[in-house]
Design a protein around this ligand. Structure first.
Ligand code: NAX
Length: 331
């Protein structure tokens, strides 16, 4: 019997939290034999809803779930956690300036960084989901200097999964047979979904997605904008932003980070840039990564042609602007 792992979900009374907590409790994130203690954090106005989520988790009688701590106290929430999924944040409301939203989130992430640094286990792995995800992760990293930078990541797996899904639909092949798309850069509409190295497993071996689709016009235009705009399309149709797909992607991200990526397969993660592919160090940028023994490494040596280069640089530029803007919001 394994020791239970403590998984923190912030913003747990929100819609992603409601989808994510049961997935974690069922073993989707850390495996079917890994007992879990859930730490659920939200703010005071959501305390009653948060408690209802706890009641439902108890009522679901998940065999792996060995405890639920639901709290509005950030110190209690962070105490001893092994994995921290940061979903809580301040949403942009109508009529709000971008600066006001950024200031609020910068403050939240600064405070939560300190709490994690002081109270989480030493090797705690952090996944930031709340937007602006890359920049929130960067703020968290800067204000938790004792957490290794390798342990702080942000979610672009939803974009990665959306790209796999678009290819699967287009070619009418199972999504599990499509692999090695890449999301480069920011989790925003400037992200660059790249299929130049993507393949499909077929009866006669691995085939390149570009060859199978045989329509560069579609791949270089509609495919890219569909993935970039998918979040907006969900909001338009659902009147709410993506929740179940975001929760599932968060599980995939942590699952592969902790348990490893299959041989020959990479995934996309927002990680601290080491300067790979000419991306300025000091940004949290989405790269193709493989994971082994709980550590990610950026896939090196992929050939980048002109079309990709421009798009990778444009999204890096947006991240640099966001970074300086976030700093200008710090009091
Ligand atoms: P909700 O508004 O439903 O939930 C957010 C929750 O966070 C609320 O319950 C709120 O009370 C709580 N919260 C606010 N401040 C907090 C604080 N200081 N500490 C703890 N909790 C706090 O939003 P939801 O739809 O769940 O989305 C959550 C975040 O994920 C948003 O920032 C959203 O933009 C972001 N997303 C990121 C995605 C990604 O791929 N990286 C995709 C999905 C999603 O849009």
């Amino acid at each position: 019997e394994k020791e239970p792992l403590r998984v923190l979900i912030t913003g747990a009374a929100g819609q992603i939290g409601y989808a994510l907590a049961p997935m974690v409790a069922r073993g989707v994130m850390l495996g079917p034999d890994q007992p879990i203690i859930l730490h659920l954090l939200d703010i005071q106005p959501a305390a009653e809803v948060l408690n209802a989520v706890k009641m439902e988790l108890i009522d679901a009688a998940f065999p792996l779930l060995q405890g639920v701590i639901a709290t509005t106290d950030v110190v209690e929430a962070c105490m001893g956690v092994n994995i921290a999924i940061m979903v809580g944040g301040f949403p942009r409301k109508e009529g709000m300036e971008r600066k006001d939203v950024m200031s609020k989130n910068v403050e939240i992430y600064k405070a939560q960084a300190s709490a994690l640094e002081k109270h989480a286990v030493e090797n705690c792995k952090v996944l930031v989901v709340a937007n602006p995800a890359n920049t929130n992760a960067l703020i968290l990293k800067e204000f938790a200097p004792s957490i290794p930078e390798k342990n702080i990541t942000c979610l672009t797996r939803l974009d990665h999964n959306r790209a796999l899904a678009q290819i699967s639909e287009r070619l009418d092949v199972p999504v599990g047979d499509v692999k090695n798309v890449i999301i480069w850069g920011n989790h925003s509409s400037t992200q660059y979904p790249d299929v130049n190295h993507a393949t499909v497993t077929t009866g006669s071996g691995e085939k390149s997605v570009r060859q199978l689709v045989a329509d560069d016009q579609w791949l270089n235009n509609e495919f890219i904008t569909t993935v970039q705009q998918r979040g907006a399309a969900i909001i338009k149709a659902r009147k709410l932003s993506s929740a179940l797909s975001a929760a599932s992607a968060a599980c995939d991200h942590v699952h592969d980070w902790v348990l490893g990526t299959p041989k020959g397969t990479w995934v996309s993660m927002g990680v601290y840039s080491d300067g790979s592919y000419g991306i300025q160090p000091g940004l949290i940028y989405s790269f193709p990564v493989t994971c082994e023994k709980g550590e990610w490494s950026i896939v090196k040596g992929l050939k980048i042609e002109e079309f990709s280069r421009k798009k990778m640089d444009a999204t890096a530029k947006e991240l640099m602007d966001e970074k300086s803007f976030a700093y200008s919001c710090l009091k």
